[in-house]
Design a protein around this ligand. Sequence first.
Ligand SMILES: [Zn+2]
Length: 379
Amino acid sequence: MLKAFKFRLYPSAPQADFLVRSFGCVRKVYNLMLNDRIEAYKKHRETGEPIKLPTPAQYKKEYPFLKEVDSLALCNAQLHLKAAYNHFFRHPSSGFPKWKSRKHPVQSYTTNNQNGTIAIVAGRYLKLPKMEPVRIKLHRQLQGQIKSATISRTATGKYFVSILCETKVEAKTLTGSVIGMDLGVTSFAAFSDGTKVQNPKHLVKTSDRLSKAQRKLSRRALQAQKEGRLLAGSRNYQKQRILVAKLHEKIANQRNDFQNKLSTELVNNHDVICVETLNVTGLVRNHRLARSLQDVSWSAFLSKLTYKAEWYGKQVIRVGRWFPSSQLCSACGHRDGKKGLHIREWSCPSCGTTHDRDVNASRNIRTEGLHLLNETAQI
Ligand SMILES: [Zn+2]
């Protein structure tokens, strides 16, 4: 089983310099290979010449500075490009592989461990190929064997490393419990045992601050435009841009913490967790900030829940998105028709039970999930 561990890095100024150069080289090689693949394909269509896939080594002569950085990082650029193509072939609607931009807020590169080229030294340093060990804040112990490391730099200039380790994970003891979960609008989620989990207050607060800060940022952009100034030279705009980036990072951290705790708790306490399948295309179309943050948050949560369930020998069952979870009465099965989002509570006309909208939905999701589980067990 592969498990990733993320730590903050504190490179010295020359080390940071080297890392930035490495991001640049990886980006360069990626874009060169993408360009050559496009050209090779064009030629293949015109003349029938077979497509020869480019390799990072072929560029070193023309761009000697590529030799200064970790060659495994360049190899990984090749793998990443291959993965991007494969993803495009499988899901053409996701779009053709894109160019890597120097302006992208997050830059990164990945390198592999070859007989200890990546290692923790003296508990406070990370050894990486082609550079002096970098200060690392090791807030938790690594488990297993280091496979690879991805070094990244965030929009606010912080450095992180995500270390991928091969490790054995023990299955958790079974509890015999099955739970249904409805991802809510007013609360983060409602559960079939009648409980609800709210979005943490500090997260809501930071989201509000972010909306305000983003409005201010667009006003600053407009102001600069009116006065005919370039954004790059507008100090107030740049200050605000960094503030917005910091708030984005803060939200991401707070959300990750919350989701890690909740998903761990769920796989600890239940064997089967039934959830809805999210309508991803519908989510992307939603432009309102608060909602789009919520949507991103749900899919990130479900992926955490799914991989943890897999690690620990538990199951996540996805109920189809056309399943009418909010229309059925979970007590008697009566189908009561569509309900607008404003209806938070309703009484079943058939059996008279009063339902909380979200808890009722989660109970239906649980029932449907169990149904699906039994069906697959029979096959
Ligand atoms: Zn009923």
